[in-house]
Design a protein around this ligand. Structure first.
Ligand SMILES: *[C@@H]1O[C@H](CO)[C@@H](O)[C@H](O)[C@H]1NC(C)=O
Length: 154
């Protein structure tokens, strides 16, 4: 009995060390695009959260600049929309991705990222904009469409 508890404990340690998570523990899914050699609102992202279920969109400069105060807008997001987005997340695939894929921002390209936060952890994957990543094509595509939908609204 005692050794099986030890085994479970070890297993859960390994689980969190590898950044694995359960879908039902996901608290936010966010994604952004930014540019390095850029002035103005060079960083823009959307962030869908589960509690409350809503969507925030943010535009900010690369470093504090009084001509470009950070802009933030909250949009209503339905439970259906949250579930549709969450359905595109494969914890097993996402947690195994490298934190940086390719050479994001190189050759003046855009830096795209997806971050998933869950109950006791968080992982951000950063990649070259407009590229896709095997296994999460649907998630990337959906988040791009969300950025295109919400960010131009303010
Ligand atoms: C998205 O919002 C959640 C809840 O406020 C926060 O914990 C998380 O850090 C946000 N993600 C980003 C990328 O700011």
């Amino acid at each position: 009995m005692q050794s099986s508890w030890k085994y479970l404990f070890l297993l859960s340690l390994l689980h969190s060390a590898y950044g694995n998570f359960e879908k039902e523990d996901v608290s936010s899914i966010s994604s952004g695009l930014s540019f390095g050699m850029c002035r103005g609102y060079c960083q823009q992202f959307v962030n869908a959260t589960s509690n409350p279920v809503q969507l925030s969109a943010v535009k900010q400069p690369n470093s504090a600049d009084i001509s470009f105060p950070p802009l933030r807008q909250t949009f209503s997001f339905s439970l259906n929309q949250w579930e549709e987005l969450l359905a595109l997340v494969s914890p097993n695939v996402f947690s195994k991705l490298a934190d940086t894929i390719g050479c994001p921002g190189c050759a003046d390209g855009g830096i795209e990222w997806i971050q998933i936060d869950w109950k006791d952890g968080s992982k951000r994957v950063t990649f070259e904009s407009r590229r896709t990543i095997k296994g999460i094509e649907g998630l990337i595509d959906k988040l791009r469409k969300m950025r295109e939908e919400y960010l131009p609204q303010f």
